[in-house]
Ligand binder design. Structure first.
Ligand code: BES
Ligand code: ZN
Length: 480
């Protein structure tokens, strides 16, 4: 598929624009350096790389002029923090991004090597180019543009760059509770989302929550001869398949008792907003090589993606999977299952319900173990939020169009933590193109989105400084 068209963006004017232009070459080199560090949070053998990425990021923050920069321990991969407190009476924005990335595999499907970044067709290619290192580069560039031209920011900014987002942010909640001053402020900007299909500027106002489970089932001590035992003992692989199949009905609704109890149903207005999105279903399917959409009966594709909960197998294995044939009854079988959740489902509660349903569906005698590998709450922010309006203004000034408002299907656990635990307004201001291949081979970032993102964030800070309460007043002319 050809890439979505690159966007035009409006330069800032003034010394910041000149600085951003002059720094382009150095920025691209640093971006590539950052992408070369394989900071895969899920793989234990990349723990040292995660630390290297964290140190690299801390070095960048120090070089640019952030204060109190620290690589802070979490028990897992560290969190990088830093700040510019210009004046304690000014409002404070907390900026979040994550430096960890998904694994590079399957390597044979990449056209280039995932950790050897390269620019091609106006895109940076490489694992993490979009999700989420490119978005961190946007924030570093905006900080550098303002500090190196004016020596100060229009508001206070705190940076919080996480290293475990791609593995469910398991240590984050505890870390936040023990570092309150690193998380406090007036509003939070999370740059880990992107634009709509067709590369249309957008603000994400909803995210799904998640609960992630591993199911292990076992019957015998070792694999058995399927001639001697087939048909006379439980086959754990057959049993696991049947248990999983029982979790959906014919309409592809989830049958887990209690699963929908807390779901906030889509209102007619919600459904009208989904229907109004300029969504091209055939292009969406063609881009991934899929033939037909599928999901819960009664809902459109965009509703299924952003407004309804799911239960999906992420991986399933057991028994003989090598070349040729081997006649066995496997001793054990396994699956990784995740549920994407909507308001106001509680991930820990859903995990227990799914565990109970799996156990109830298991044949008597099969050993079933279910482990919860991570949880995140769903997120929704009101459309009238003034900080959201400030972000919309900045996007409009930069890209020349009012942004779309999206409820997305992905999850960012910290979004709901800031909202629920700290009662802070959270704005998901992210810039990746919709065809970025995040989590897939050939991930890429459109460099027009990156450049426009830098200008948008500078405009957001200025607009916010001009009028933090209403979100209006952002600058359209040259810098002063
Ligand atoms: N950038 C994504 C989140 C995202 C994806 C937002 C699509 C909007 C649309 C983020 O880095 C991510 O992938 N999060 C994980 C979180 C999980 C491991 C808890 C996800 O959604 O799978
Ligand atoms: Zn991701």
């Amino acid at each position: 598929m050809p890439y979505a068209p690159s966007l035009n963006w409006a330069p800032l004017g003034g010394p910041e624009e000149a600085q951003i232009v002059a720094a382009h070459g150095a920025r691209m080199k640093r971006y590539a350096d950052f992408l070369s560090i394989p900071s895969v949070s899920a793989e234990p053998n990349h723990a040292a790389d995660c630390r290297t990425a964290a140190e690299w990021l801390a070095g960048e923050l120090r070089r640019i002029g952030a204060q109190r920069v620290e690589v802070s321990e979490t028990g897992g991969h560290p969190i990088v923090v830093g700040e510019r407190i210009e004046d304690p009476t000014l409002p404070t924005i907390v900026v979040y991004g994550h430096y960890d990335v998904q694994p590079g595999d399957p390597l044979d499907l990449w056209k280039t090597s995932p950790f050897e970044p390269i620019v091609r067709d106006g895109r940076m290619l490489g694992r993490g180019s979009a999700d989420d290192k490119g978005q961190i580069v946007i924030h570093l560039a905006a900080l550098e543009a303002l500090l190196s031209t004016r020596g100060r920011l229009p508001v206070n900014v705190k940076y919080l760059f996480e290293g475990e987002e791609e593995s469910s942010s398991v240590n984050l909640e505890r870390w936040m509770a023990s570092h309150p001053d690193r998380c406090s402020g007036d509003a939070v900007i999370i740059s880990d989302t992107g634009f709509f299909e067709g590369n249309l500027p957008a603000l994400t106002v909803g995210l799904r929550g998640i609960t992630y489970l591993q199911v292990d089932v076992r019957n015998s001590d070792v694999d058995l001869h399927s001639g001697g035992f087939g048909g006379s003992v439980i086959n754990p692989a057959n049993a696991l398949a049947a248990m999983i199949a029982s979790l959906h009905d014919e309409q592809r609704r989830i049958t887990v008792p209690g699963f929908y109890d807390d779901v906030v149903q889509l209102t007619p207005a919600d459904r009208a907003a989904f229907a109004a999105l300029p969504f091209d279903e055939s292009a969406y399917l063609a881009a991934i090589g899929a033939g037909a959409p599928q999901g819960e009966d009664g809902y459109s594709t965009v509703e299924r993606r952003g407004g309804r909960p799911t239960l999906d197998v992420n991986g399933i294995w057991g028994g003989f999977t090598g070349d040729g044939s081997k006649t066995i009854i496997p001793a054990h079988a396994h699956a990784k299952i995740s549920c994407r959740l909507v308001m106001a489902q509680d991930p820990a509660r859903i995990a227990l319900q799914v565990e109970a349903a799996l156990k109830a569906a298991a044949p008597r005698g099969l050993q079933v173990e279910v482990r919860n590998l991570g949880n995140g709450y769903p997120f929704l922010t009101p459309l009238g939020d003034p900080y959201l309006q400030a972000a919309a203004n900045a996007l409009k000034e930069t890209f020349g169009a009012d942004p779309l408002y999206l409820r997305e299907g992905g999850s960012i656990p910290i979004a709901a933590l800031f909202q629920r635990e700290l009662s802070l307004p959270v704005v998901l201001l992210g810039f990746t193109p919709p065809d970025d291949n995040a989590h897939a081979p050939n991930e890429s970032m459109d460099l027009g989105n990156l450049e426009g993102g830098i200008r948008t964030f500078v405009r957001f800070l200025e607009g916010y400084a001009a009028n933090p309460a209403s979100g209006s007043g952002s600058r359209t002319d040259a810098a002063g």
